[in-house]
Each structure stands twice: as structure tokens, then as C-alpha cells.
Design a protein around this ligand. Structure first.
Ligand code: URA
Length: 496
């Protein structure tokens, strides 16, 4: 039985070379044992890579110490790039099954070249799960590494202790290097430590939590900042737990604040609803009113997001304001590179004055997290800024805005586009498609593509999150949700 010894837990090159060699020699997946050489690690000299035990009867022995493995690209078979990308992710998963699973897929790809597209296949689905776990771990690492200030012989440096769910430290280190290019730092983890000295990124063996400092003077600032940016009206405990799983809490200074903030959220939300909205300045209101109530189409365009927010609330360009509580402006950073456009605020958004905070917003948040897209870095808005509905008893039932209402409200959307200047605009659903592209854009046939827009942005259309909620069939719902997540990832890649 061939035993392949890989150099270390994420030895992708070793796995790839051994797998290629074994495949060429016709060694079936069930006859290979994959191990990681326990006596060595990433930082020791490379051990021999493959050796053999006794072969089961009928199975020929491979002849593979590593020196004899074929170099990449030779050997008469090719695998599709999506498989190589998938394998590069899966190898970072902590499951011991991963090498086996990947070799089985490699083996099967030769007989079934379309295998990568068979999403219901058990091996493909498992590998997909592993890859998603790994990309979630990358996302969590980017979000939850907390540096602490230390002094060493060269001055100030920052050290973080982190326990990633999967072996993603080295893959994620370049992200920190780019973000903190001017800061000397080390990220210590049980698997491997990475260090940036302003010139090079280096790796050393895994560390112990005791090696990392526990507290520093910056911590209080960070806790104060976290508590002040915590918006109780947006609290969704289940989503929050999912986003910030408890396994990360022990290393997060702000985690100590969470139980109290959750406990106080309800009372704080009621206070916020009762409190009068913050008044925009007189200049902003004047400009807004000029642009909305009285101005014709060629009125003076708003020049700031504040003007838009105030203007939306005063807008009389169509009749929807009559039955709505307020106009709901977009939300996000002024220079967001990615803009999402929904249809119109729903019941909850109309009350809260914020886009996508109700049930559709929860699906949206979950899908964004799954796709690794930080909502806080995006501009989220709607094609129509007032809630269109009809009454059924005491309930306000959503009604789709018509083309005239969408056209009237483009004044505001166009202004948001001019000011935010996103690189990519994602239309969520057909109404948003009409607003963003200026013509009917059927989702089913247009999704998955990027279209050039006149303002230099690229436009993408995908499902509306509420559409996913409405699908009656579980399977169709899961498929549409997965497709939605893929579309979000696609848009995020376009931004990059
Ligand atoms: N649906 C939308 O299109 N937008 C929202 O803000 C909420 C629900």
C-alpha cells in the first residue's frame, strides 16, 4: 500500500506532485494512505515524500520517491483550473479526509471531465463544503485578529494571538501585510506564526498563547469605539453569533462587552425610535427641498450624501411619500467600491429609516457573510426610496413599484452613483435592474455577467433576497441561494 508522506499540513505542492505520479501509475484512491510527516514541519529540511508498505494483492506498487515524480504539466492528463483552485483551498481544511478526497476527485475527473459541474455529487459537495469552511475562516481571521502594542529593541510593534478555524494563517498574512504595511507585526497561531518587519513576511513555527501579550493601552480605545458603533436597531443575535462564533470570543477584547450590549439593545432601540431624528443643517435642508418638492427634473443635483438623505425624506417626485413613514436613503461609506441596489424599503426599513434591516436584509447579511463581502464596506440603497404598500387589516403588504415610480426615483439613485462612484453596482432583482441599467433586465438570463455602465461602473444583476425567501421548494431555494452567494462573490472579485 503506497504511503505518501507530505512535508506539512498544507503541503499543496507535495500533494499535487504525489497525486500526479500516483494517477499516472494507475494507483486507485482506496489504495493510497496520505500522511503528514509528524517528525517534521514546515521549517525542517524536507523529508522523503513517499514510501511504500505492503501492497494489497492485485495492486501494483508505485515507484515514487519524490525525485521521480513528474513535473507539473507533463504526464498526458490535465485537470481543470477550478479543480486546482478548489484543491488549494481544501488542503487548508483541518479534516484528515482532505488529501484522500482530493485524490479521489482527481482520479474521477479523468473518467468524468464534467465532474466539477455536478454539484449534487457527494465528493464535489463535500469539497465545496470544505472550501467554504476555509474561506469563512479566512474571512473571520481578517475580521477578528486583534493586535496589541508591544515595545521591543526596535521600538513599537504589534502582536496578535489568533486561533484560526482552519490552516489559513499564511494565506491570509498578505492581507495584513498590505493593510498594515507601515506597522511591524506578528500574528501568532498554534499552527504557524507570521511576521512583517516592514520588508519581508516571514513564517516561524506555531506558538503558545502565553507568547502573546494579553492587554495593552489601545484596548480601552477599541472597546469604547466598538460600543459606540454598535447599533442596537441592527442587532440580530443569531446573525451576530454566526458572524462572530464563540470560538473567537476569548481572543477578542470587545467580546466582553457583547452580553451587556445585547441585553441593553431592546431598550436602546426603543429610545432611538422615540427620539427625534437628528436635524440636518439648514443649508442641507434648503438644498434638499429645492431639489425635491419644488424642483422640476432639471433642478440642481444634490452634491452630498447628506443632501440626498434629507432630500429623499422630503421628496415629492411621485406619490409614494403619502403613505410611507419616511424616505429611506442609502447607507455605507462615501467611497464604497461596491454598491447594492434593492427594490424599495420594506415595512421594517420604513420604520427604521435604514435599508435592508428586515427579513430580506437578514438573508442578504447571511449571503454577504458567506460570500466574504463586508457589508460595512459597501453602499446599500434602493431603486425607490419610499415604501409602497397596501393595507390588509393592520398589515402593510408590499407592492412592487411601477416603472414611473422607478424613473422618478432615479434622480436620487443617479445622485448616489455620482457621489459614491462605485466600481461595481449590483442590482438586486428586476426592479433594481430597471433602475440601474435603465431598461428591463431579466435576472435569470442576465446574472453571472458584468455589463459596462455609462458612468464607468460595471453592473451586475442577481436575485433579490426576498425572492429567495418566497421560493416554495426547499431545493430550489437552496440552489437560488447558492447562486446568489456566487453572484456576490463574483461582484466582489470584480471590485478587486
Ligand atoms: N427589500 C428591498 O429591496 N430593500 C430593502 O431595503 C428591504 C427589502
Amino acid at each position: 500500500m503506497p504511503v505518501v508522506r507530505l512535508d506539512h499540513e498544507t503541503d499543496f505542492d507535495g500533494w499535487r506532485a504525489a497525486a500526479r505520479s500516483l494517477r499516472q501509475q494507475g494507483v486507485e484512491p482506496q489504495h493510497v494512505v496520505w500522511t503528514v510527516d509528524g517528525a517534521t514541519d514546515l521549517f525542517s529540511p524536507a523529508p522523503p515524500r513517499a514510501d511504500e508498505g505492503s501492497a494489497p494483492s492485485g495492486v501494483s506498487e508505485p515507484a515514487p520517491p519524490p525525485a521521480s515524480l513528474s513535473p507539473p504539466g507533463e504526464g498526458g492528463f490535465r485537470v481543470p483550473k477550478p479543480f486546482v483552485d478548489l484543491a488549494g483551498q481544501v488542503i487548508r481544511h483541518r479534516s484528515d479526509e482532505r488529501f484522500d478526497l482530493l485524490y479521489r476527485l482527481l482520479w474521477r475527473l479523468q473518467e468524468t471531465p464534467e465532474l466539477m459541474h455536478l454539484l449534487s455529487d457527494a465528493d464535489i459537495s463535500r469539497a465545496g463544503h470544505f472550501a467554504r469552511d476555509v474561506s469563512r475562516a479566512v474571512h473571520k481571521m481578517k475580521a477578528f485578529v486583534r493586535f496589541r502594542l508591544v515595545q521591543d529593541a526596535d521600538g513599537e510593534a504589534y502582536v496578535a494571538w489568533f486561533e484560526p478555524a482552519h490552516r489559513v494563517t499564511e494565506a491570509t498574512a498578505p492581507f495584513f501585510m498590505k493593510r498594515f504595511a507601515n506597522m511591524r507585526f506578528s500574528i501568532l497561531t498554534p499552527d504557524v506564526c507570521v511576521h512583517w518587519d516592514l520588508n519581508t513576511l516571514a513564517a516561524t513555527p506555531g506558538a503558545d498563547p502565553a507568547d502573546a501579550p494579553r492587554e495593552d493601552a489601545l484596548e480601552d480605545y477599541w472597546k469604547t469605539y466598538y460600543a459606540s458603533t454598535f447599533n442596537p436597531a441592527r442587532l440580530k443575535v443569531a446573525v451576530m453569533r454566526k458572524e462572530m462564533p464563540k470560538r473567537y470570543w476569548r481572543n477578542l477584547p470587545e467580546a466582553a462587552l457583547i452580553p451587556d450590549l445585547i441585553a441593553q439593545a431592546e431598550a436602546r432601540t426603543s429610545d432611538m425610535v422615540r427620539a427625534a431624528p437628528t436635524e440636518p443643517s439648514r443649508r442641507v435642508v434648503k438644498a434638499a427641498v429645492r431639489n425635491s418638492r419644488d424642483a422640476p427634473w432639471d433642478g440642481q443635483a444634490p452634491t452630498s450624501l447628506e443632501e440626498i438623505a434629507a432630500g429623499v425624506d422630503h421628496c415629492r417626485r411621485c406619490d409614494l411619500w403619502r403613505d410611507a413613514t419616511r424616505g429611506v436613503p442609502g447607507e455605507g461609506p462615501r467611497r464604497a467600491k461596491l454598491m447594492f441596489v434593492g427594490e424599495q424599503p420594506g415595512d421594517r426599513e420604513d420604520l427604521a429609516g435604514l435599508p435592508f434591516v428586515g427579513p430580506a436584509g437578514q438573508v442578504f447579511d447571511r449571503a454577504l457573510a458567506a460570500a466574504g463581502v463586508p457589508r460595512a464596506e459597501t453602499w446599500v440603497t434602493n431603486a425607490v426610496k419610499h415604501f409602497k404598500h397596501e393595507l390588509a387589516g393592520k398589515r402593510r403588504i408590499h407592492k412592487t413599484p411601477n416603472a414611473g415610480e422607478v424613473a422618478a426615483c432615479r434622480w436620487w439613485l443617479d445622485a448616489e452613483r455620482r457621489i459614491v462612484r462605485p466600481r461595481v453596482i449590483v442590482a438586486l432583482g428586476a426592479t433594481a435592474g430597471l433602475a440601474v441599467f435603465g431598461k428591463p433586465t431579466p435576472v435569470a438570463t442576465s446574472r453571472g455577467e458584468a455589463f459596462q455602465l455609462p458612468d464607468q461602473a460595471r453592473g451586475v444583476v442577481t436575485w433579490h433576497p426576498a425572492f429567495l425567501l418566497r421560493l416554495p421548494d426547499e431545493k430550489a431555494r437552496t440552489q437560488a441561494y447558492d447562486a446568489f452567494v456566487e453572484d456576490l462573490k463574483f461582484a466582489w472579485r470584480l471590485v478587486a
